[in-house]
Design a protein around this ligand. Structure first.
Ligand SMILES: [Zn+2]
Length: 220
C-alpha cells in the first residue's frame, strides 16, 4: 500500500465510486480525499448519493460550486427542458463543454494545497468515445499542462480508461464491493432513484452489469 495521498474526483456514480473504493484499497482510507463538483446538474440526487457514500466510507469530501457553468453553456445534463439526444457526430447532448478540463484544474489546485500528487478520475474512452475530454490523449495533455501551470508533479490516474462497463463491474466485484456499487451509486440522466432503465446512462450501466454477471456465471 502506498503511503502517499490521493484525491478522487467523485460524482457519486458507478465509475467514480469504483475509483474511490480502489483508491481506499491502494492508498488507505486516511490517505484518500474526494472532491465533488456541483455545476448545475439537472438532478440533485447524484450529489446526495456522493455525500452519502463519502460519509459512509469515512472519506473527507470537498464540494465545490461550479454553477457558473450554467451561464455560459447549454446542454441536456444541466437543462431541465432539454431532451437527451445523440447528435450525428455521436456525441450525446449531455456533453458539457470543458467540464473535465475544469474539474481537473480545480482538483489540482485543491490537491496541491493539501500536498497531494495523485489525482484519480473515473473517465473512460471505451464506452463513451463521443466525449472528447474523456479520451486518454486529453487527460495526458492536461497532466502536462497542470504540472507546468503549478510547477508540481501531479500524477493523474484513470484506472477505468480502457475498461468496458462490464470490466468496471468486475473491478468493483474484485474489490468485494459489487453490491455496494449496485445499491449506492447513481448514474441515471433522468434522476430516477434506482435508474429509469431507459436513458443512455442507465442502458450502458445495465447492459454492462448483465454482461459481467453472465461471464461470471459461466466461469464459476
Ligand atoms: Zn436513467
Amino acid at each position: 500500500m502506498s503511503s502517499e495521498q490521493a484525491l478522487v474526483i467523485f460524482s457519486g456514480g458507478q465509475d467514480s465510486t469504483t475509483c474511490l473504493l480502489q483508491a481506499i484499497e491502494n492508498y488507505g482510507r486516511s490517505n484518500v480525499q474526494a472532491i465533488t463538483f456541483q455545476y448545475g446538474q439537472r438532478h440533485t440526487l447524484e450529489l446526495e448519493c456522493a455525500r452519502r457514500i463519502a460519509q459512509d466510507l469515512g472519506i473527507t469530501q470537498t464540494v465545490l460550486d461550479l454553477s457558473l457553468m450554467q451561464h455560459i453553456t447549454r446542454n441536456a445534463l444541466m437543462s431541465k427542458d432539454a431532451e437527451i439526444q445523440t447528435a450525428a457526430n455521436g456525441v450525446p447532448n449531455t456533453f458539457v463543454d470543458g467540464r473535465n478540463a475544469l474539474f481537473l484544474l480545480y482538483a489540482a489546485i485543491y490537491a496541491k494545497g493539501q500536498g497531494i500528487k495523485h489525482i484519480i478520475a473515473g473517465v473512460c474512452e471505451t464506452d463513451f468515445s463521443g466525449y472528447p475530454d474523456c479520451r486518454d490523449v486529453f487527460v495526458k495533455s492536461m497532466n502536462v499542462t497542470l504540472n507546468l501551470a503549478m510547477d508540481y508533479d501531479f500524477q493523474i490516474h484513470t484506472p477505468l480508461m480502457y475498461l468496458t462497463k462490464a470490466q468496471t463491474w468486475k473491478l468493483a466485484d474484485d474489490l468485494g464491493r459489487l453490491n455496494y456499487v449496485r445499491e449506492h451509486t447513481h448514474t441515471c440522466y433522468n434522476g430516477v432513484a434506482g435508474g429509469c432503465g431507459e436513458c443512455p446512462s442507465c442502458l450502458l450501466r445495465e447492459r454492462g452489469l448483465a454482461e459481467y454477471l453472465q461471464q461470471k456465471a459461466q466461469t464459476s
